[in-house]
Design a protein around this ligand. Structure first.
Ligand code: ADP
Ligand code: MG
Length: 682
């Protein structure tokens, strides 16, 4: 027996050298090995007689090594080729191995083995090439359902299999059960011991499926119990209760009436702010639904109750735009707001910090510059993060930590499938703005090829002549012959030639902040008609007079990203268009573009994107702040995700602090989740 935290060197056959290789894969303890789930299983249970073999099939054959094992250099000289002939009662079968000199020592003429490999035919003669083999009667990884692991060159499958098997044998009597019996019964889940052993070496495929379901459930369950438990805990701290919830002076300043969805969400936020507990709310809504004004309403209340508020955006362009849009509005309400970004001079930043500390600033807009240590709020009560999926968990938390018991309001325009929101934001309440302001028209979307270039340019010309503006988004800044992607710099030069007399601007991430601001400012004043840009305009930018969005190399972008880009137009009352240039027209590209052409629904698009590309790609690597999942798949296990979510809810209702005896191991796993410490139950 060995503890789950024992090093893998306690497994017989694993010495220091081999252990080092395992360590490289992150595998140090028994528990690490037990939870190193295979990437797939191979069903090796079919055994055939030699005379029954069919070319193309992969099967087991139990046979005697009939001839000596013959080694020879290949004709080209580089490779060692070993050949022998096998025999069973039905016939003969040649086998070939390449470069595997161990074969000569391991296979003994006259002895019987089980071989597993693919049957090939060359010139009518059947043969097996590079089969795996084990002595007959001692089969462990042939004639069985066998795991295949992710590996590095230094660790053959056979060594990993042996190690996992060893770990299983050493720990099978001490694996504690994480899930309480009532939950296992209710959700038809097998025990942990069976699950761990069958995820690696299942007696049959049904067992493998049972094992997987149990482990997926458990992974989601722990995640959700942890996040929801967190939410309950935050209920213990009191915060700034907002006594004054009168928004009518604020809404009277708006040039439009709030939509019903906006009113509802503002109501939910107001109730939170009034409630005496810290708010932790996510506002989700498709691009253009009007989330900014919802946040502005909350910030207004913060100030009217005597506190400060902050609003953080992921890019300088967006932060500047918030300030430009809301600053004048707040002025009219007698509220003093300012903007802080990384590109300000040190002097200006110090000045802002001083004004802030002296309570002269009510609302501070900004980028990451907001969370620098020098920025100190004496009475911060509300922290807003816009496009919050662009920030890491840490960055979001740091803004809220500028005060104690601060209300948190997060906004995201990347519509997240509800199931995924549950996982990502399980610790938050979610409000959805599910209505667009009136008068918006559907954005017509076209997917075109290079042959349409001239017509599209003419189209831009006509839109500009009608007083409208256009965006062109390129995936690169500079030309690069090896990728042949459209590049913003040369594109804008070429466009000058194609559209003489039209004012064309250029915007990309390598420009200085002040230059970017100047270009964005000129575009929003319609001094620039066509803005050629990289994806720096992806989030939030709001110029309602723009009616055309052209995306070059559209095949390079995720669907949700394309939807975000498209959301830059269709913000005013005029008809808007989105043109997707696809340079590559393989089937998958066409399928993805078709989704864009046919749907304007961000949520549907996000769900498709998620299933086509998986969650990692969907959110861009590691941008999402999602914990790593070991076995569950957000794209394919949504049913189990839901089921485990309600189970987590029930459990926390009956035992909010997980103090009951039956929940002890669960509690440890959850503590481990937060500490990010390895070595469960050490
Ligand atoms: P997003 O939800 O994508 O952040 P914005 O807050 O930028 O959207 O709003 C998009 C546009 O809609 C802005 O020009 C804003 O002034 C306008 N808008 C917001 N709410 C309304 C409304 N109720 N009626 C009319 N226009 C609105
Ligand atoms: Mg926005």
């Amino acid at each position: 027996m060995a503890a789950l935290s024992a090093p893998i060197t306690e497994i017989s056959g694993i010495g220091e050298v081999t252990a080092k290789k395992f360590n490289k894969l992150g595998l140090v303890t028994m528990w690490d090995l037990l939870t190193y789930y295979p990437v797939r299983l191979e069903d090796r249970r079919t055994t055939k007689k030699i005379s029954d073999l069919i070319p193309g099939e992969t099967v087991c054959v139990t046979a005697v090594v009939f001839t000596p094992i013959n080694g020879r250099r290949s004709a080209s000289g580089g490779t060692m080729v070993f050949r022998a002939t096998l025999r069973d009662e039905s016939g003969f079968l040649p086998v070939t191995f390449f470069n595997n000199k161990y074969v000569k020592n391991m296979l003994v003429q006259g002895r019987e083995y089980t071989f597993y490999g693919k049957v090939t035919a060359s010139m009518g003669r059947l043969e097996m090439v590079s089969p795996e083999f084990e002595p007959a009667g001692q089969e462990r990884f042939t004639k069985a359902v066998t795991p295949v692991y992710a590996s590095t060159a230094g660790l053959p499958q056979r060594i990993i299999r042996k190690a996992v098997k060893g770990a299983l044998e050493l720990t099978k009597d001490i694996l504690p059960e994480t899930l309480p019996a009532a939950i296992r019964d209710r959700h038809r889940l097998c025990g942990l011991s069976f699950a761990i052993s069958s995820i690696h070496f299942p007696p049959d495929l049904e067992s493998a499926e049972l094992a997987r379901r149990r482990l997926v459930f458990e992974e989601f369950f722990i995640l959700q119990t942890a996040l929801r438990g967190q939410k309950l805990l935050s209920r213990n701290f009191s915060a700034f209760p907002f006594a004054n919830t009168d928004l009518s002076p604020f809404t009277a300043l708006l040039p439009y009436e709030l939509t019903n969805a906006q009113k509802r969400v503002v109501g939910e936020i107001t109730a939170d702010l009034h409630g005496g507990y810290p708010m932790n709310r996510l506002v989700q809504g498709d691009v253009g639904c009007g989330k900014t004004v919802v946040a502005a309403a909350a910030m207004y209340l913060a100030v009217k109750n005597g506190y400060q508020a902050a609003m953080m955006a992921p890019t300088e362009i967006l932060a500047a735009q918030h300030y430009a849009e809301l600053g004048p509005l707040f002025d009219k309400a007698g509220i003093n707001s300012r903007l802080i970004t990384g590109s300000l001079t040190k002097k200006r930043k110090t000045e802002l910090a001083r004004e802030l500390a002296e309570n002269k600033i009510d609302i501070l807009f900004g980028t990451h510059a907001l969370i620098e240590d020098s920025v100190v709020f004496p009475r911060l009560a509300l922290a807003v993060t816009d496009e919050q999926h662009r920030f890491g968990v840490r960055q979001r938390a740091r803004l809220a930590e500028k005060g104690e018991g601060v209300h948190i309001l997060a906004m995201t325009a990347t519509p997240i499938p509800r199931s995924l929101a549950l996982i990502m934001y399980g610790d938050m309440d979610v409000s959805v703005v599910d209505e667009l302001p009136p008068g918006r028209q559907r954005i017509d979307t076209f997917c075109v090829g290079e042959n349409m270039r001239q017509r599209i340019n003419a189209f831009i010309g006509r839109e500009v002549a009608a007083g409208h503006q256009a965006y062109v988004v390129c995936p690169a800044i500079d030309d690069n012959p090896s990728t042949e992607l459209k590049a913003a710099v040369s594109y804008s030069e070429n466009l000058h030639a194609a559209l003489p007399g039209i004012s064309i601007g250029l915007l990309h991430g390598r420009m200085k902040a002040a230059e970017k601001d100047a270009v964005m400012d000129a575009f929003s004043k319609n001094e620039i008609s066509v803005l050629v840009s990289t994806t720096v305009i992806e989030v939030g930018v709001n110029v309602p007079n723009a009616t055309m969005m052209i995306v070059e190399n559209a095949e390079r972008f995720g669907l949700s990203q394309l939807h975000q880009l498209r959301g830059r137009v269709g913000r005013g009352r005029s008809k808007s268009y989105c043109v997707l240039f696809a340079q590559n027209t393989d089937e998958q590209t066409l399928e993805r573009m078709k989704i864009m052409v046919n749907s304007n629904d961000g949520l549907k698009i996000a769900e498709k994107d998620l299933s086509l590309r998986g969650p990692g790609e969907f959110f861009g690597s590691r941008q999402h702040g999602l914990p790593e999942l070991r076995i569950a798949s957000l794209a394919n296990d949504l049913e189990v995700l839901k089921e485990s979510g309600s189970a987590a809810e029930e459990l926390l209702t009956s035992d909010p602090h997980l103090e009951k005896e039956e929940n002890i191991y669960l509690k440890r796993r959850i503590d481990e989740f937060f500490s990010e410490k390895k070595g469960f139950l050490a």
